[in-house]
Structure formats: C-alpha cells, structure tokens
Ligand binder design. Structure first.
Ligand code: NAD
Length: 418
C-alpha cells in the first residue's frame, strides 16, 4: 500500500517516509526495508559539565550509527537544545542516503549534545566536548566512525574532539573532519557545503535550461552554509534579496551587498539591523516574492502551515529536511522544483571525504584541486538524479532516495549482511 504523508511527522518519521517510498518502488523485500530503516546502533550518554560558577549541570548526548554498509559511519555533531534522539536518528539516516547519493565511501551517523552553546564559555565548551568524546570514543575510529561539525559546533570543536580521542588512541587526525587547517583540516572544507549548493544549482540550471544570472534568491540562515551559499551564488550573478539568522532577517529588492552584510554580522552579531536592507521576520523571508528560496538554517521550516505562502518556484534544501513530506507533496503538485537536502547539501561530506583521504595519506591538496573535485562530485550526482527523475517521472527527491537506497541495499547484499 502506498504510504501518504501526514501533516505532523517527527523528523525521523519524515526521513523514513521518503525512504519507504523509495524502498516500495524498488520492491525491496520487507525484511531488508525494515533493516535499512532503523539505525544499526544508538548510544545515549550523560555529559556532566562543571559550569564556571562552580555548579554541575548534567547534559544528555547521543551518537547514532545508522548504516555502515558502504563504509565507515560518517556524520556531524550538533550542539543544540532541541537535538533529541528522534532528530539525531533522522540526521543519521539522512547521512546514509546522502553519502550514497553523492557516492563517497561512507555510511551514515550523527551525534549531538543537548545544550545551548551560545550560553557556554570556551572553557565549558572545551570540557563538554572532551567528556562527550570520551563517552563515545569506543564507537569512533578512523575506519569505524568519523565526526564533523554541524549546527552549534565548528572547527574548534573538532580540534578538541581530535585531541580528546588522541589522548586515548594516539594521534589520529582522520577521526574528525572540518578541523582547523593547521591541524590537518582540508582547504575549502569550511566553504564546501555552501559552495556545493551553488555548484549543484548551477548544474541543475544547465541541465534544465534555467537561466540563473539575475535570479532573486532568499536565504534563510546566515551561518556556515547560508553565508557561503550567498557568496557563491553572488559569484554566479544571482541577486541575494534576503537573508536571516535566528533573530530575524534583512531584505533589499535590489540585492544585498553580501560582503557588507557579513562584515556587519561580524561586528553587530545579527543581520536584522543591517543598514543596507529592511528588517523582516523569518516567516516573511520564506514567503517573499523571489525566484529561488534556500532554507539554510534548521529543519521543518516549510510545512502545511505556510506552504501556500511560498512564492519561489525553486526551493533548494541547503539545510537538512527543511520541507515536511506533506509540504513537499504540495510543492510537487504545484510544479515547483525542490532540490533535496541529500543531494544539494552533500558538498560538506564530499570535502570531508577529501580531508579524511588527505589525513590518511599525510598529504595536502591545494584549494583549486579541492574545488575542482567537489564540482565533479556535485555535477555527476545532480546529472544522475536529474536523468533518473526524468525517466521515472519522479521528483528530484524521489529519484535521489531511490538511487541512494538502491546503492545501500546492493552493498548490504554484496557483503552478505543477512
Ligand atoms: P550554523 O550554526 O553555522 O548556522 C545556522 C544558521 O541558522 C544561523 O544563521 C542561525 O542564526 C540560524 N538559525 C538557527 N535557528 C534558527 C531559527 N529557528 N530560525 C531561523 N534561523 C535560525 O549551521 P550550518 O552549519 O550553517 O548548518 C545549517 C543547516 O545546514 C543545518 O540544517 C545543517 O544540518 C545543514 N548542513 C550543514 C552542513 C555543514 O557542512 N555545516 C552540511 C550539510 C548540511
């Protein structure tokens, strides 16, 4: 029986919904579908933290390993108050499908600590990162499970993780990706997800005859992914009409100065009061009259509650699962194109793969090589998925899940998992 999207699904239910649709089309046996749906391993840990005021706070952390059939588990670590087990499961599963669709030799994992990093000092963040790493270290390994930054974590967090792991197992730079370049991080890793969004969008535009220069783009979120996507799309002559952060956004119909905006954010700490634009809310940003909408902040921002107000004809999922399954179905019916997360935001894991490979070889690539190879991976995947969607009459998401599930199921079969 074909499953229908519900209005309200948890994050893991949403990812599972898309997975099950693909498994059904591929006619996978029920047992294999069930096995591929659930995480292989889940670890819940307590992370006690001594605060600067002397009190002890008990935080909760997770590491979920979803599927390792195609290679070592790979996935970021999120520090966020809402990062519960359901969210981490969803993100781990999404990593399995993302590494498969972009074709890097990894499986999928994710980790999190429920905390508000903005309210913690550097000493507190250092200590909590070390305690968390020690608690999950027995699951990690250069050929077992490799971490990376995600929302609320960054290159410094990865440096602390690498050091904490190294104190147990010895010097192991390849245990984390997205670390500082001085410690073996790859050139181009920080920009990779946002840059990959622009490369992927440009390739989709080339394949479909969509004229990108001059298109009005609204980007929700101006963190790592949002700001690098803005830079890279500006280089493709798109007009960035709006961007935002958690506190609100800024809009200018003639186009924002991306450099000026990021300078302003660096000094003022927020984008909403940027003098080169007018202040808007995040809800208003999503509903703007623009050509391309790029949610690049958090999950579930486009749902049945606001999908009728979305005017953009192209939605680019730079964030992970920003569009709910029910809203996705409505956008598809309407003829809008949604370029899905597992395809379009895979640039980060591609350059993470390059970083891991460089660390293992003790060799550094130049930035041009990193970006050229990233472009090849993005172009190949976008082109494969575009073709598959055309042949199968599927959305890009449907085609991407189908390709990913087929690859993982094949690896499971070849390895003789069951
Ligand atoms: P980040 O922490 O650097 O930036 C997040 C941005 O979102 C910030 O501007 C923040 O102010 C904003 N934000 C947070 N909560 C918000 C809310 N409730 N409403 C509106 N804006 C809000 O994180 P990032 O690394 O840029 O990641 C953004 C998204 O991209 C996440 O969904 C992440 O999982 C996904 N992603 C990141 C990478 C990567 O390499 N960093 C790779 C793939 C996918």
């Amino acid at each position: 029986m074909t499953v229908q999207p519900q209005d309200r699904m948890s994050s893991f239910e949403s990812v599972t919904f898309f997975f099950r649709q693909a498994a059904e089309r591929l006619k996978l046996p029920d047992g294999i579908t069930e096995m591929l749906q659930w995480p292989w391993r889940e670890l819940k840990v307590v992370v006690p933290l001594r605060r600067d005021n002397g009190s002890v706070e008990v935080l909760h952390g997770f590491r979920v390993q979803h599927n390792g059939a195609r290679g070592p588990y790979k996935g970021g670590v999120r520090f966020h108050p809402n990062a519960d087990l359901d969210e981490v499961r969803a993100l781990a599963a999404l990593m399995t499908w993302k590494t498969a669709v972009i074709d890097v030799p990894f499986g999928g994992a994710k980790g999190a600590v429920q905390c508000s990093p903005g309210l913690l000092s550097q000493r507190e963040l250092n200590q909590l990162t070390r305690t968390y790493t020690q608690s999950i270290a027995h699951l990690l390994g250069v050929t077992r499970d490799i971490a990376a930054p995600d929302v609320g974590t960054n290159a410094q967090t990865m440096a602390w993780m690498m050091d904490a792991y190294g104190r147990i197992e010895g010097y192991s730079p390849a245990i984390v990706t997205g670390k500082p370049v001085e410690l073996g991080g790859s050139l181009g890793r920080e920009a990779a997800t946002g840059r990959g969004v622009a490369y992927g969008l440009a390739e989709w535009a080339r394949l479909t005859g969509y004229h990108l220069p001059g298109k009005r783009v609204a980007i929700q979120g101006s963190g790592n992914v949002g700001s690098w996507a803005a830079w890279s799309l500006r280089e493709l002559d798109c007009t960035i009409v709006a961007t935002s952060d958690v506190r609100g956004g800024t809009f200018n119909a003639r186009g924002l100065s991306v450099g000026g905006l990021l300078d302003h954010k660096g000094t003022a700490g927020a984008v909403a009061d940027f003098p080169g634009g007018e202040a808007i809310t995040n809800d208003e940003l999503l509903a703007l009259d623009c050509d391309i909408l790029i949610p690049a902040a958090i999950e579930n921002v486009i749902t049945v509650d606001n999908v009728d107000r979305i005017k953009a004809s192209v939605v680019v999922e730079a964030a992970n699962h920003p569009v709910s399954p029910a809203a996705d179905a409505i956008l598809f019916e309407r003829g809008a194109t949604v370029i899905p997360d597992l395809l379009i935001n895979a640039g980060g894991v591609v350059v993470s793969y390059f970083e891991w490979a460089q660390n293992i070889q003790q060799y550094r690539w130049e930035l041009d090589r990193v970006n050229d190879e990233l472009r090849k991976f993005m172009n190949r995947a976008v082109s494969d998925i575009h073709l598959r969607s055309q042949h199968g009459g599927l959305s890009l998401r449907g085609a991407a899940y189908e390709c990913a599930v087929e690859r993982v199921a094949r690896a499971v079969e070849l390895r003789g998992f069951v």
